[in-house]
Design a binder for this molecule. Sequence first.
Ligand code: PEP
Ligand code: MN
Length: 338
Amino acid sequence: MLIVMKTDATQEMVDEVCTCIKKMGLKPHAMPGAQRTAIGVTGNKERVDSDMIMSQLGVREIIHVTKPFKLVSREFFPVDSIIDVDGVKIGGKEFVVMAGPCSVESREQCMVIAETIKKHGGKIFRGGAFKPRTSPYAFQGLKEEGLKILAEVRDKFGLKIITEAVDTETIDLVAKYTDMIQIGARNMQNYSLLRKAGRTKKPVLLKRGMSATLDEFLMAAEYIMAEDNKNVVLCERGVRTFADHTRNTLDLSAIPFVKRTSHLPIISDPSHGTGKRDKVIPLSRASIAVGADGLIIEVHHDPSKALSDGPQAITPDMFAELMRQMKTLAPVVDKECE
Ligand code: PEP
Ligand code: MN
């Protein structure tokens, strides 16, 4: 339920409505806007009796939200959210590129790749320190040593850092080092991890599960936001289909759907979305064209030796070309990419 206050409603009236909602055992979320304040209500299992609220001073109207997700929905919060990752703003004018290796393999590897990312205008450096691998025998990441390398990259190049948290045991350690926490496709419905990610209050990049519907995807984001963490960015990274010419099928239509249904930013991951190096630049062009707020790209200086996801890692030269194209295309879709 969404309560829309009158334009001349005072702060006391807003506070009074919030108190009334709390007395009903529900949770108010006051959202001051340019014209008027709206108050979202969560916690109700059934339709709330609105007479009591309607009788409060300053209330203009009550809108019953039809979608199962509330805090993520545009019905609740009509203005685009801009998520601030320590100064890098995602969801506004800027088209933000995050890039780096799939896994943090060594200090030297990260430094070489980070130099390329920085030089060509990437803003956030990615790299997995804890890796969720399909096989328990595959490289599982450098763990805390990897997090320390990422922190060094931030200090040396001024790039922000994103890395994945794979479980509730290690998420606090990850949060200590990183600027943005990635929740991977395999964990999209790990509700205790989502809740814990919410409680860190850090910006979270939530990747779509490989067979998740968009409602399930948005409900997963709702878990993070329900912990009073508004800093959520969504990521389309491809879903499983019958197609076998690519690793996954990058579902580009998810991007305009999410932008219409939710106020949250959404970026695209054409690396996991295709699994093929030569498809990354074309699908990046497509992603910016359909309205993505940014990209997350796997880059490796020597992809044939990468410890994970080598076939989809683009080379530094390809990254330079990708950024050149994004800078050219951004103004066409009213974005900026420097
Ligand atoms: C990754 O970003 O390296 C990764 C494991 O991604 P996903 O969760 O989308 O598979
Ligand atoms: Mn990867």
